[in-house]
Design a protein around this ligand. Structure first.
Ligand SMILES: Cc1ncc(COP(=O)(O)O)c(C=O)c1O
Length: 426
């Protein structure tokens, strides 16, 4: 009996070992079958703040799609870390400048911007070890300069003047970069002189005193971002926004529409999409005071009346911020456009309130104008088409003007529509 019991015990022990080996094997198999998922999810984590820029969602704007019979899709650029489409541009400008050696780590990036690009540059510059100095017109919503300052950048608010004036905010920003470069050059010379002094002393620094080059401001030079003429802007959209739209729609889109400020977005996206499929129609929506509608539709910047000097004193006499321009930039020149529409301030205001009420989308003025453009395109090409536009930034940036009832009433822009009747849809 004892022998039997011993055998039983042995069998039981062996079974436990075999079973535990079996289960361990199973466990390790199942955990190894999980590991690709784990590494996949690891792959999905993005690198730092810069890695969080781009790859924004493309959403169906339900109210406009239902009203027009088209699929109207909005690229949610307001979800970028710096809150706007300009994050892409800031990243690309800094990366190209660092690669070319025109900007060195620790240097200052300067820009003349009506706000969004400045916010984006101020947001991403520290991630590259750089500083930021922005010059903006003093009629831009105050919350924009408050944000830039809070981000640690230097802000200069100046009177809006013509681009041909030396004190236009863009020209001042260019000057600030040159000044930083002059300072850096002086620092280098004094470092060299001090270096020579030190050499003459065989490198001896008396009483452990700091080397006299500590007099220097330690300026690492400046780089003028120049979002209007710098093609890094166009590249950001040609290499980023355009391909993302193509992938997100699986190439199933009929039209793209956007307003232009620098023209970087409309140029980069339209060129990419038309290279992929020349049948995709690309359009501009142009705000009041801008000459681009005439340029696209008639090949000239100004209408006859405008050429006769009857243009508005301030050609940007619109409440939409960041869009509309009266010159052709290097970035805009890359655009492949099939046509253009005009949008009014009233339409943009009504559109923003309509989207807020019907879709919960709280958008800035250029996004609202882009959506006006999307409806105009839908009306022009008819139902059954897919139209993509850009939701550039959120309404949070526009509380003191575009989303202020008091401000709008001063300009007779109090919204009153109940639906889309302002665009002829009942
Ligand atoms: C809020 C906002 N939307 C749209 C635009 C226009 O985009 P782009 O400069 O690519 O033409 C700008 C440009 O500054 C902007 O600031």
């Amino acid at each position: 009996m004892a022998a039997v019991r011993t055998t039983d015990a042995l069998v039981a022990a062996v079974s436990v070992v075999v079973l535990s080996l079996f289960f361990n094997n199973l466990k390790s198999k199942s955990s190894s079958s999980k590991s690709p998922k784990l590494s996949e999810s690891k792959k999905k984590s993005r690198q730092g703040l810069v890695g969080a820029v781009g790859n924004t969602p493309l959403i169906r704007i339900n109210s406009l799609s239902d009203a027009t019979g088209c699929e109207i899709l909005g690229k949610c650029e307001f979800l970028n870390p710096g809150g706007s489409v300009k994050d892409r541009v800031a990243v690309k400008i800094i990366e190209e400048a660092l690669e070319s050696g025109k900007l060195t780590p620790g240097g200052v990036v300067t820009e003349g911007s009506a706000g969004s690009t400045a916010i984006s540059l101020a947001t991403v510059a520290p991630a590259y070890g750089c500083k930021c100095h922005v010059v903006i017109p003093d009629d831009v919503a105050i919350e924009k300069s408050q944000i830039i300052e809070a981000l640690g950048a230097t802000v200069e608010r100046v009177r809006p003047v013509s681009i041909t004036h030396r004190d236009h905010y863009v020209n001042i920003a260019r000057r600030r970069a040159s000044e930083a470069n002059e300072l850096a050059a002086k620092d280098k010379i004094s470092e060299q002189i001090d270096g020579k002094e030190a050499e003459q002393l065989n490198g001896y620094v008396p009483n452990g005193e700091k080397h006299s080059s500590s007099r220097s401001m330690n300026c690492k030079g400046g780089f003028f971002a120049d979002q209007f003429e710098n093609l890094a802007n166009f590249h950001a959209h040609y290499e980023g926004t355009g391909p993302e739209i193509w992938e997100q729609t699986r190439g199933n889109l009929d039209a793209f529409v956007a307003a232009a400020g620098t023209g970087g977005t409309v140029a980069g996206v339209s060129k990419f999409l038309q290279e992929k499929n020349p049948n995709i129609k690309c359009y501009l929506i142009d705000p009041p005071g801008s000459g681009l509608f005439n340029k696209v539709t008639r090949g000239v910047m100004y209408t006859k009346q405008e050429a006769e000097g009857r243009r508005l004193k301030n050609p940007f006499d619109t409440i939409t911020e960041g869009i509309g321009i009266n010159r052709i930039t290097q970035n805009f020149m890359q655009a492949k456009l099939d046509g253009a529409f005009r949008g009014t301030d009233m339409e943009a205001v009504e559109m923003s309130r309509f989207l807020l009420k019907n879709d919960g989308l709280f958008l800035g003025s250029s996004s609202a104008m882009n959506c006006v453009g999307a409806v105009r395109v839908a009306q022009a090409i008819g139902p059954g088409h897919t139209i993509v536009t850009i939701l550039c930034d959120s309404g949070m940036r526009h509380l003191s003007k575009f989303h202020s009832a008091d401000y709008l009433s001063q300009f007779g822009l109090t919204p009153k529509a109940t639906g889309l009747e302002f665009l002829g849809i009942n």
